[in-house]
Design a protein. Structure first.
Length: 511
């Protein structure tokens, strides 16, 4: 049954606003000598205050919030002590309660050290919030949902055998004839418009789901397409407006050019697409007076205990594939030579080769020889496919072993996770501390009673991937790079429903 949608009340009378807002922005790029930077990293802050509640949304051009230890050093940009220290500072210096903060990572992935040092990260984030608090003024807000269909794809392919295979640079993609389709994709673009009472823009929050992975080939630091989009929006809006990109349920989503070897990577174009769609969506939004409500809830999610069983299944598959490599006649050079002689229709379409004249292959002997060569070529191609699968299996086994070690070091069966919900008028922003997959994000929106629901994954912590329970037996990267047991989903959905009900029970109004 579709949940009843909330229509918020607003204050009647001469005072047609009840909300104040302020925004700030400070650069946090690594500025050490010799560091090559394509475009800078920022922390952007939006403070909202209705006289009773003071809430904060932070958008950072970083990979994860507090993912250094739990990722085993894979995501080193912000440490686990950052958020607790920030909360203490903001409580003391800005009167923002610890439970009234939603901090989101864009999840940009450039190589090398991205940010200034840990202490500077904290200081500059506080500065951005102080800017926002100092600039608080009455505002009207409005929310809307648009579309952006030129950027993203679901990277986890569905195979004909019922399994899943994720498109990654660390292993080959599956053969096309094994693929039946791709996973779901949410192309919605959520926009929260925040305007001053004179109608000029103060801030724009825009929410979209897509991994910002490799920005360029030369290794320069980049905030990737979200950073480009935010800069373009700020330039177009003027009036000192701040644009906050909020990463969505992007766990199984990457950009369309992620593994495109035929054209140069250009994340600036993707940023232009996103900015254009966000501004178009904004133009159709009417602003009104709105109330404010924020809820933070901590839950305990189960750590997975099935890793050894998963590893044994992979070892069995590995042994089967290795055994299939026996009785191989050809090597790479002889295989290419035969491709040049016969072409490779049905085997390797890209290696068609140039066939010899037909009369050279008309004798019974030559026909027998061609059949013999064809069998060897088919065997060699099967070996290549086996090698590609073995590469993925090796990567999956190493990843599972890493998560077994992470969970073992933790020494407990559960991991704490924080949910945070910010309700402004008919808009809900739900922050979750993991890389939510598309299906999880769509389920949240389906469950929500609010007209506009934006999922802010990568928020208030980092717990790796949050995949649907039904995916665990199907393979795929997201259920491998994962420390949660499949039962996490039921616990998460229970807590999410409770948050929604709490918000309905105390519906935010302006009077």
């Amino acid at each position: 049954m579709t949940p009843k949608q909330v229509t918020p009340k607003t204050r009647q009378g001469t005072a047609d606003f009840c909300l104040r807002a302020g925004a700030g922005k400070v650069e946090i790029t690594n500025q050490e000598p010799g560091v090559a930077v394509a475009d800078p990293f920022f922390v952007r802050a939006l403070v909202l205050d209705d006289g009773t509640t003071r809430a904060l949304v932070l958008a950072l051009d970083v990979t994860a919030i507090g993912g250094r230890e739990i990722s085993d050093g894979m995501l080193p940009d912000i440490g686990e002590d950052f958020l607790p220290a920030l909360r203490r500072r903001l409580q003391d210096e800005c009167r923002i309660s610890a439970g009234n903060i939603l901090i989101n990572a864009s999840h940009t992935h450039p190589p090398g050290r991205m940010l200034c040092n840990d202490q500077e990260q904290l200081e500059r984030t506080v500065q951005a919030v102080q800017q926002a608090v100092a600039n608080l003024e009455p505002v009207r807000t409005g929310a809307g949902t648009g579309k952006e269909e030129r950027i993203a794809m679901n990277r986890t392919l569905r195979l004909r055998n019922g399994r899943q295979w994720t498109i990654r640079h660390s292993n080959p993609s599956p053969p096309p004839d094994q693929v039946s389709g791709s996973g779901p994709l949410d192309t919605s673009l959520g926009v929260l418009r925040v305007d001053r009472l004179d109608g000029t823009p103060l801030a724009l929050l825009f929410n979209f789901a897509c991994h910002p992975l490799f920005g360029n080939y030369d290794g320069r630091l980049t905030a990737n397409f979200p950073g480009y989009a935010a800069r373009i929006i700020e330039e177009q809006l003027g009036h000192g407006a701040i644009a906050l990109f909020i990463q969505g349920a992007a766990g199984d989503v990457c950009d369309l050019t992620f593994k495109d070897f035929d054209r140069p990577r250009n994340v600036a174009v993707l940023g232009e697409y996103l900015a254009e769609s966000a501004l178009q969506t904004r133009a159709g939004i009417q602003t009104t007076a709105a109330g404010l409500k924020m809820i933070t809830r901590e839950m305990l999610l189960p750590r997975r205990t099935d890793i050894e069983q998963r590893l044994e299944l992979l070892r069995q598959e590995q042994r089967t594939l290795l055994a299939s490599l026996r009785f191989t006649t050809l090597n790479w050079e002889s295989f290419l030579s035969l491709c040049q002689r016969y072409g490779c229709p049905g085997l390797v379409p890209a290696l068609q080769g140039e066939r010899r004249p037909a009369q050279a292959e008309t004798s019974p002997e030559s026909a027998d020889r061609q059949a013999f060569d064809s069998r060897n070529m088919e065997k060699y191609v099967r070996n290549i496919r086996a090698m590609e699968t073995l590469a993925r299996i090796e990567d999956d086994m190493a990843t599972l072993a890493k998560h077994a070690a992470i969970n073992a070091r933790a020494g407990n069966a559960m991991v704490a996770a924080e949910l945070v919900a910010l309700n402004i008028g008919d808009c809900l922003l739900l922050g979750v501390p993991f890389e939510a997959l598309t299906q999880i994000g769509l389920k949240i929106k389906q469950m929500s009673p609010f007209a506009h629901t934006f999922v802010a994954a990568y928020s208030n912590g980092y717990l790796h991937y949050g995949a649907p329970a039904e995916d665990y037996d199907k393979g795929g990267y997201e259920v491998t790079e994962c420390l949660l047991a499949p039962e996490w989903q039921d616990e998460f959905e229970k807590n999410t429903r409770q948050i929604f009900q709490s918000l309905l029970d105390s519906q935010c109004t302006c009077g």
